[in-house]
Design a protein around this ligand. Sequence first.
Ligand code: SAM
Length: 373
Amino acid sequence: MVEPGDKLFLLNVDTNTLTGTFEAATKGGYRLVPQAWRGQYPYQVKIRPTNGLHTVGQAKESLAHLDIRSHWLLHDFEANALQDLLILAGAFSPVLLAPPSPDTLAQVQHGLKRERRNRGITALDHDRPALESTTLWDYPKQSYGKTPKGNNKYAGVTPAFILYNLIKRYTLPGDLVVDPMCGSGTTIDVCREERRRVIGYDIVPTRPDIIQNDARHIPLDDNSVDMVFIDSPYGDNIKYNESPLSFGTISAENEEFYDELEKVMVEAYRVLKPGKVLGWLIGDQWVKQKFTPVGFKIYDRLVRHFEPMDIISVTRRSQTSNTGMWHNRALRFNFYLRGFKYLHIVRKPIGYSPQEVNNRTVKWARYARGANE
Ligand SMILES: C[S@@+](CC[C@H](N)C(=O)[O-])C[C@H]1O[C@@H](n2cnc3c(N)ncnc32)[C@H](O)[C@@H]1O
């Protein structure tokens, strides 16, 4: 979870000291320096010191006093409070193990309590969404954390967890993320919280930080963006607004729908830097006895321009047809309700040679089958 720019503190559990403040120079990783600590601690991050280094003793007791757990991703104000503690009470040498004085600890604790109260932050608010390791993503709610991400009343709002996973995997703090159809602004809110720069457009903006724009022309330079995310209309099933330019006015049964969305793909391709990722969320359609594989048709258009990376299946939970009546109808009239959406992940090619592609060697692991398989 650690990313470049995060403030870090070293808790030495043997000497019971806390040293800091460091700044992460890399993402957290596995065996960045394999020989470090004789390989006993493979989860590592490269750091650089900031504001000088200080150490205090009785670290575990002090953290308990401040109600800070060592595995938490701290809020900025909490990291600042720890930094203050180290500057006020810490020694410049890590061999001096003096604990903070009761006065210093009380002063820092007082400030922390006030900030937490003002922001309504509790211990639970340190949980971040999990990073997904499979291609099946399932979220029981639209958002997480203390602040709303987008508006869960907006028809067609995107689960914030999807944005969280995409930006954590494919971008770094400071990178520029663009959402050309950003609806209620989920992308903007997730990106801001995770220190990404972000621009959100929509044909009909729902809030002042969204720029009015038709996604077929994105007003940005070529090769200037680090990730694009799009949760487009899936056809004309939802009326988003009155705009005649909305893709939500075109039926997904009509080729025009894909022709128009392909113009957006071409724009996304143009503004993305080589090697950077586009995530496109889309669902299939079953209307009046007719199935339309919208997800496959969008994928087909995407790979005319981009390189495929993966396809994620995102469980659909909160659509209006998720009611007893509709489940009943699906059984009686022999059709299926849509149970998932596709998240197509593609990338703008870097331009490596076909020879390099052919040189890939694949090593398959083979497992003996059990008696019952
Ligand atoms: C599924 S919603 C996006 C939801 C959004 N990600 C959120 O979390 O709120 C699709 C959005 O596409 C927008 N849209 C439709 N046609 C557009 C166009 N031509 N240019 C820009 N935005 C468009 C709609 O106004 C709608 O807000």
